[in-house]
Design a protein around this ligand. Structure first.
Ligand code: HEM
Length: 266
């Protein structure tokens, strides 16, 4: 076999010139007469085939000629179409796919995704495709409404001296910010009592069963005074958790602790 190849190589200057090393040659050779007889079919975006070789107007013609020569049944007609739909093809992609119907695969074979037209074409959704040259990233849909998301990330300009760092500095002074009379906390706070503290100057809220005086914190709140006041005078646990469950309110408001929320008749 190697003898035969060597003989062929030396008798064919094209082959010898292409393969000086140990690398296996593409089969058939890129410049071979066999490859030259393979019709080149150009398929446009609508899936219509066009003969690309001069003198060979269509594939059937070539197959018929081959059949007469070899007496073999014609190969199944293969049709290769672009799997991209016309409307969704990337802007930089080729307008059409040129496919050699019977050419064997070589390292230079067209790697564009292709399928037989007898199988249903896969449906790709390129509506979220990234600009050319970038990978498309699937969209992640959060389980909240758009209105909720907008409200959640609304940016509020805090006054100078009212950043979270300023709040931490104030809190670390150890100053009692609960506003309790005489420094004695009511041990038990009913819902009725809680409701009476619903103004900006005197705002209480219950979080996780504990009641806090949030008036001192209002201007420090990154979500703004208005948002924080929504939980004033009532149990704000649900609203708080819906907004930012990751915030450690107990640590942030430890100086503002007033008492424990209890049922009406206890
Ligand atoms: C006393 C209870 C509360 C405390 C201690 C508190 C604390 C905080 C903190 C620390 C942040 C910054 C968190 C972050 O960016 O990840 C924040 C942001 C926010 N909070 Fe609150 N919060 C409270 C109650 C509320 C309530 C009841 C609402 C609304 C109903 C609310 C609405 C917001 C909003 C919209 C932001 C986002 C601000 C931004 O993205 O810049 N908060 N809150």
């Amino acid at each position: 076999m190697s003898f035969l190849w060597r003989k062929l190589a030396t008798s064919n200057p094209n082959v010898a010139g292409e393969h000086d090393g140990d690398e296996a040659p593409p089969f058939p050779s890129l410049a071979s007469a066999q490859r030259a007889t393979v019709p080149q079919i150009e398929i446009d975006r609508n899936g219509v085939e066009h003969g690309a070789q001069s003198g060979t107007d269509n594939f059937s013609f070539t197959v018929a000629t081959e059949l007469n020569k070899t007496d073999m049944p014609p190969p199944r007609r293969q049709s290769v179409v672009s799997s991209l739909s016309p409307s969704s093809a990337p802007s930089t992609g080729p307008a059409s796919v040129v496919a050699s119907a019977r050419a064997p695969r070589t390292s230079q074979a067209n790697t564009t995704p292709s399928v037989s037209s007898e199988r249903p074409l896969p449906k790709f959704n390129f509506s979220n495709a990234a600009p050319s040259g970038q990978l498309a990233v699937p969209t992640v849909t959060a389980p909240i409404t758009l209105a909720q998301a907008r409200r959640r990330r609304e940016k509020v300009a805090l006054d100078p001296g009212f950043s979270q760092l300023d709040w931490a500095t104030l809190k670390n002074t150890g100053k009692d910010l609960s506003g309790r009379p005489n420094g004695v906390p009511p041990a038990r706070i009913t819902l009725d009592e809680l409701k009476r503290h619903s103004t900006q100057e005197d705002a209480w809220t219950a979080l996780g069963g504990k009641v806090y005086n949030i008036s001192p914190y209002l201007r420090y709140h990154p979500g703004g005074v208005k948002e924080l006041m929504r939980c004033a005078g009532r149990d704000g646990t649900k609203l708080f958790n819906l907004t930012h469950v990751w915030v450690n309110y107990d640590r942030m408001l430890s100086n503002c602790f007033v008492g424990y929320l209890v049922p009406r008749n206890s």
